[in-house]
Design a protein. Structure first.
Length: 454
C-alpha cells in the first residue's frame, strides 16, 4: 500500500477498528425473531446509531421499516456545494448454522491465522467499520470533502424488503450523487475489484400434502402417496442431469464477458471435495454470474434419528432461485411457481408462499465515479489495476436506489472475498483488506470531490 497520510492514519486506527468490530459482532443480530430475539437487532441498531453520533453525524435516526426491522440513518454535511455520497452497509447477519462447527464462537470476534473470525465480520458489519475508518482518516487529513449520508440496513439477509419500501415512501432520504454499497468484495485477497452485476433472487416456501396423517409404510406403502417422495421428485425437476437449473420458461444460456474465473480457483474457493464434479456447463463465470441457479436451502421432514416406518403425509421445502441480470425477478417468481404446480406429481396438494424477492442489478462502469475509484484503488493496492467482476448474490436495495435516483452512480465494493466464507461457518475478514479498502474509500471520496469541482 502506498504510504500516504490517509494510509498512515488508517493503520493507526486498526486496533480501534478491531475492538469496535468485536463489539458489533457480539450482537446476535439475525433478523428473524423465530431464531434470535428481536432485542439483539435493536441493540445492534442502537450501537450503529451511537457510532454515527460519535463521528459528528447529525439527523441520526433509528427508523422502523415496513418489514418490522430497523435501519439506521445519519447525515454528515460537507463543504458548501460539495456532492453527496451515500455509504451503505447492513448490521443484520445470517444465522450461524451449526454453532458446534465453528472453531471459535460465531458471535465472538477471534483472531486466527491472520484473520478475524465471527459472524458478520465480513458480511457486513465489517463494511460499516470500513466506512468509519475512511471517514476518520479524512477528518484527520483535514476534513471530509463531500456530504456523507450513511444508511445501515437491518434485514438485508432476510430479503424482506424493509429498507426498499421505506426508501420508496421517503424518496428524498437517500438521495445522493453517488452511492457506495459496502457489501460485496474483491475477487480474491489483494486484487481490487468492483462488482458490476448482481443476481436477483426469489425465495419460495413450498408445502406438499398427500394424506390426512402419516400411515404405516408396511401396511400402506407402495400405494399411499408419500409427500416427501413427491417433494423430492418436484425438486429434482428443477435440474438437468448435469445439475444445470431447469425451471420452465427461465432462460439459462447467457454468457459472461468479463473477468474469468478459472475452474481450479473456483473449486478451491468453494471447497469442492476431490473427485466431485462441478454442476452445470460452460465457464464458471457463466454459471455463477450470468445464469439462474436454484438451491434447496431447507427441507422440513423427519430426521434420521427417531424416524418411524411411516409414509409421510406432509413435507415442506424452501427454495431460492438466483435471477441473473436481464431477467425480472417478479416474472421469475411466476415462472417458478408455475413450474412447481406443473411438476408436483400424483395430484398432490401443493401450496406456495413467497418469503423474499429482489431484482438483479447491473452497474454503469463507465461513470466518472468509477474513474475516481480506480485511482483510489491504485493507491491502496500498488501495482494492481481495479478489476470488474460479477457476484452471484443479491442486494435487492440496489435496484430500488437505481430506480429512485437514476442519475446517481452506484459502486459496489466490500470485504466478502472468497476466503471470508460468508453465510457459512467460520466466516472471517482479512484485516489487511479492511485496512486497504478503507484507504481506498477515503481516497475515492477525495478524488470524487475533486472531480466534481472540475
Amino acid at each position: 500500500m502506498s504510504v500516504t497520510p490517509i494510509a498512515e492514519t488508517v493503520a493507526s486506527l486498526m486496533p480501534r477498528a478491531r475492538a469496535e468490530l468485536a463489539e458489533l459482532v457480539a450482537f446476535r443480530s439475525v433478523a428473524d425473531p423465530a431464531q434470535f430475539p428481536r432485542s439483539e437487532c435493536e441493540a445492534a441498531a442502537a450501537w450503529v446509531a451511537d457510532a454515527l453520533r460519535a463521528e459528528g453525524f447529525g439527523d441520526v435516526a433509528v427508523l422502523d421499516t415496513p418489514d418490522g426491522s430497523q435501519c439506521v440513518y445519519g447525515l454528515l454535511p460537507g463543504p458548501e456545494g460539495a456532492p453527496t455520497v451515500l455509504l451503505y452497509a447492513h448490521y443484520d447477519v445470517q444465522p450461524p448454522l451449526d454453532e458446534s462447527a465453528w472453531v471459535t464462537p460465531p458471535f465472538e470476534l477471534t483472531e486466527r491465522d491472520g484473520r478475524w473470525y465471527g459472524r458478520g465480520a465480513a458480511d457486513c458489519k465489517g463494511g460499516f467499520v470500513m466506512h468509519l475508518l475512511a471517514l476518520r482518516a479524512l477528518k484527520a487529513a483535514g476534513g471530509v470533502p463531500v456530504s456523507v449520508k450513511v444508511i445501515v440496513e437491518g434485514s438485508e439477509e432476510q430479503g424482506t424488503g424493509g429498507l426498499e419500501r421505506y426508501a420508496e415512501q421517503h424518496p428524498q432520504l437517500l438521495a445522493a450523487d453517488t452511492i457506495v454499497i459496502g457489501d460485496t468484495g474483491n475477487f480474491r485477497v489483494g486484487l481490487p475489484t468492483v462488482t458490476a452485476t448482481l443476481r436477483g433472487m426469489t425465495m419460495l416456501r413450498v408445502q406438499i400434502d398427500t394424506l390426512e396423517g402419516n400411515v404405516h409404510s408396511g401396511q400402506f406403502g407402495g400405494a399411499a402417496p408419500d409427500a416427501l417422495a413427491a417433494l423430492i421428485q418436484l425438486l429434482a425437476s428443477m435440474r438437468a442431469p448435469d445439475g444445470s437449473t431447469t425451471v420452465d420458461g427461465v432462460a439459462a444460456d447467457a454468457e459472461w464477458d468479463g473477468l474469468d474465473y478459472p475452474e481450479a480457483d473456483f473449486r478451491k474457493d468453494a471447497k469442492v471435495l476431490d473427485g466431485v464434479e462441478l454442476i452445470g456447463h460452460d465457464t464458471v463465470a457463466d454459471r455463477i454470474w450470468a445464469r439462474p441457479a436454484v438451491t434447496v436451502i431447507g427441507i422440513d421432514c423427519p430426521p434420521v434419528v427417531g424416524a418411524t416406518p411411516s409414509v409421510q403425509a406432509s413435507a415442506r421445502a424452501q427454495i431460492s432461485l438466483r435471477v441473473p441480470p436481464g431477467h425480472d425477478a417478479t416474472e421469475a417468481t411466476k415462472l417458478l411457481t408455475a413450474h412447481i404446480h406443473t411438476h408436483t406429481p400424483w395430484g398432490a396438494r401443493v401450496s406456495v408462499e413467497q418469503v423474499g424477492q429482489g431484482q438483479p442489478f447491473r452497474a454503469d462502469t463507465t461513470s466518472p465515479a468509477y474513474t475516481s475509484m480506480a485511482e483510489a484503488m491504485r493507491v491502496a493496492y500498488p501495482g494492481e489495476e481495479m478489476q470488474t467482476a460479477g457476484m452471484g448474490g443479491s442486494i435487492p436495495l440496489c435496484n430500488t436506489l437505481a430506480a429512485l435516483y437514476p442519475e446517481a452512480e452506484i459502486l459496489l465494493i466490500g470485504l466478502s472475498e472468497p476466503e471470508a466464507q460468508i453465510h457459512a461457518v467460520n466466516e472471517s475478514v482479512s484485516p489487511e483488506e479492511l485496512e486497504r479498502l478503507s484507504v481506498a474509500e477515503a481516497h475515492f471520496l477525495l478524488n470524487y470531490a475533486r472531480s466534481k469541482r472540475g
